[in-house]
Design a protein around this ligand. Sequence first.
Ligand code: AHR
Length: 327
Amino acid sequence: MKKTIGLFAAGALVLALSACGGAAPAGSAGGAKSLDQLVVGFAQVGAESGWRTANTKDIQASFKEANIKLQFSDAQQKQENQIKAIRSYIQQKVDYIAFSPVVQTGWDAVLNEAKAANIPVILTDRAVDSKDTSLYKTFLGSDFIAEGKKAGDWLVADAKSASGPVNVIQLEGTTGSAPAIDRAKGFADAIATNPNIKVVASQTGDFTRAGGKQVAEALLKSHPEATVIYAHNDDMGLGAIEAIEAAGKVPGKDIKIITVDAVHDGMQALADGKINFIVECSPLLGKQLIDIITKLNAGQTVPARIVTEEGTFTPEQAKAALPNRKY
Ligand code: AHR
């Protein structure tokens, strides 16, 4: 039902865009536009996680505050929907296109179409693997390899007190997405320093709570030797908590849990001792995106890569941070 409404909304958006005629590209004949004359198309991944919901809210609020018109579409985690949305933005001659690519590959054709239409593209949150970096102005978002490494470094330090092997179940994000690829790599690099730590099973839970629960349930059964779950986001870690409890075990004790994001529900589980460590991934990209658009619109250049600053949380740090947490 939710999916049907989402698709209908996406269709309605395409129709609405077709009907509105669009705006002239910023800086085209007639001179640069003021911010309140701009139209920006944003093709969001979906609503798969607490992180994504916080990211969407932040982007929408930032555009409202900056008084820039935002055309927003939700691709329901499907690349073909994102490509359709981007094509509709091109057709309508929006001034800028921003998007968070659901997967890394397969964007060259549509990005070349945007380039041919002279519409600057900004990548937010996730990267593409296009060799031609002139297809986008900048990539704003986290260093996912560093996030995976922070998760692995914590486990290496924690495993110093372990008497036997440390067997890890990895709950991967969406297959082919930048955060799933990079968080796995960063983690693998970090744990390679300790031959006692092994990833005994690794499977995608698609960044959702339901996916995390389902995969954790199955993998905990087939790998009773596992004592750690590394989930590529909080939502899958929260799903894993349900699976661990259903199996009569204690999350955070019998099975240690490491996650990435630090959204409210994850931080609460960390403060409650059900998660052991969280690596932060900030969804608050809206203001930085506005800043990039403002600069580009003024004819300035922006760095090709803008990395979000983020930290890590232990249970004690989560307790202290929770009262002022924005998401
Ligand atoms: O791309 C960022 C990731 O996507 C977040 O870590 C995850 O929660 C989301 O779905």
